[in-house]
Design a protein around this ligand. Sequence first.
Ligand code: SF4
Length: 490
Amino acid sequence: MKILLVSPRTPDTFWSFAHVLRFVAKKAAFPPLGLLTVAAMLPREWELRLVDLNVRRLTDADVRWADWVFLSAMIVHQESVREIVQRCAGLGRPIIAGGPLFTTGHEGFPGIPHFVLGEAEEIMPQVVADLLAGTLAPIYRAPSFPALAQTPVPRWDLIRVRDYVTMAAQFSRGCPFDCEFCDIIVMNGRVPRTKSPEQFVGELEALRLRGWKDMVFVVDDNFIGNKARTRALLHALIAWRERTKPQMGFLTEASINLADDADLLDLMVRAGFRKVFVGIETPSAASLEECRKLQNKGRDLVAAVQVLQRAGLEVMGGFIVGFDSDTGDIFKQQFDFIQRSGVVTAMVGLLTALPQTRLYQRLKREDRLLAASGGDNTAATLNFRPKLNREYLENGYRELMRRLYEPRNYYRRIRVFLKNYEVNGGRLHLSQSDIAAFIKSFWLLGVWHRGRFAYWWFSVTTLLRRPRQFRVAIELAIIGHHFRCVAARL
Ligand code: SF4
């Protein structure tokens, strides 16, 4: 059996990091972890080929080679998916599709004959058996949230890891919280399920043996969803680090209550975590209450961010505007908060009603839905009727993004962060690729681009005053270029 696994093209959003790639001579930000994991569930004797459209083109020869095309996509991939479906139909190759896009809305893709909906672990044995028997059903739906003990090590051999900026691995799925807008809890549930520490360390070891020496994104919905299991993993990671001395760092996603647990924070940093993405959402207490983000409510969010930064974690933040409880000054509130907290990579989006979420159901009941969500959190168009004036919100959002990533404001924010940030390690250490990226940044950001004077002032003063933080400072300057490009096209 010949299986072609296709990962769709990711549009130019925050998470594509498309404008960073030229600095680091890579083709894509992250590998298609879901597809690589599904590939590992297929019989070893089957012939597999993986095409990631973020890395290379899909050719007719690729499609003709295959008996079946496996397609995995998130909501943001829908445009690319439609193109792939058309190509495969034209060449007479059937598709089996899975992933969040189809789990929450397969009805929108009548051209796809077969779907695997929900998490694949418990369904794939039946899919494989039916493929072999020639009796494939139109829909396979996961009967429950599977235990992750059965999740295999991803088939890293199907990609060239050096094409990617960051590798990906997953320890847990699910999150105990109940934010109204969140589709993760719809897809993965509210009881966090984890792999065993040995299983997860085994996955990292597989990456280490493939020569990976850079960042790994631990793509959990909430890395600290089950703190006891996370703690056990961190002890195992620290022991593995001491044993094998891997040159890997980690980033992950966690809820803000991480700031309440000094011991857990210390373990994370010792285990090699360098960055954490936190859903901060809004400084408005009324809006936090409205969306039931109660873990963020009633606390000093700036102080919480600073606790994480002082421990040695760079905090990336998710922010939302457009809640019913937002007042007219929400853009000023968000701007002031983000500048003050030193959340350098602030991913601000308009509130979106994603399919099957509680927010979606409520807006539907209130007859306020306008369109399906495209899943792009940089879309400057609301898909529901807001309480504030719609045009005011959409224009205010564009303006907020431009202000946040305007060079002067951006470098000011990095300075706030560096003041709080406890850098790990001793003297400044630069790899060859760091040096190459820096030289490109000197040329592009320091010569060609608007904001070059702010860039030079920032670089020179950081090098003189905070030499140990120079690496992270220039890395953030490069990332700022990506966000500026995204903000400019809104
Ligand atoms: S904390 Fe994050 S993952 Fe958990 S429910 Fe809220 S938005 Fe979803």
